[in-house]
Write a protein that binds this ligand. Sequence first.
Ligand code: ADP
Length: 199
Amino acid sequence: METAKRQKKQGKIFVISGPSGSGKTTLLNKLIQDREINKLLIKSRSLTTRPRRWQERDGQDYFFVSRDEFRRLLKAKKILEWTRYLGYYYGTPRELVEARIIKGGHIGFCLDLKGAAILKKIYPKNTVTVFVLPPSLETLKARIEGRSKSIDKEEVAQRLALARRELSAASDFDYCILNNNLQVALKELKEIVLTHVGS
Ligand code: ADP
């Protein structure tokens, strides 16, 4: 009993998920800039084999790796969960998560739906899942196009087709946030995090 009491409480894993373009990355990036949250939560970074977008920095937004390096890490079981999206691989580095939560620290993720479900399954007691809902498919299309000027029509169509299917999974999540007004959505996300890290 005494030993159990003295054991450090493990940290929480916040998984922000939802269709591409719904605003997951924007919300999590803004959330960790919040003064109150900044002391509590770090943002996890995924490994990816997709090319870097102009505004992204290696080691900040993602760890950009080659296909061969990704395969090597997978084989060495250094990747907790992974997915292939539009021809590129994305994965979560195991060490980053475990080192953090064992010490009682909290960590936030932007993940696809499958990744969210896997983390919930591996760490059921630690994981809190949040689905970010776009106001409409038209708005989602505009955001996807606005984010990357060079995106071709076919990729936009693929992302929208996937988004349509993904929207039906929102009810499997612990929370659902409508990202219409960014400040309102951000406030809701902050409240969710504070509720769980305080308990
Ligand atoms: P995701 O990470 O879910 O793919 P992003 O965070 O990259 O989505 O957001 C997609 C685009 O939409 C970005 O250009 C972002 O600036 C914009 N965006 C996100 N949330 C809002 C919002 N509430 N209102 C207007 N634009 C937004």
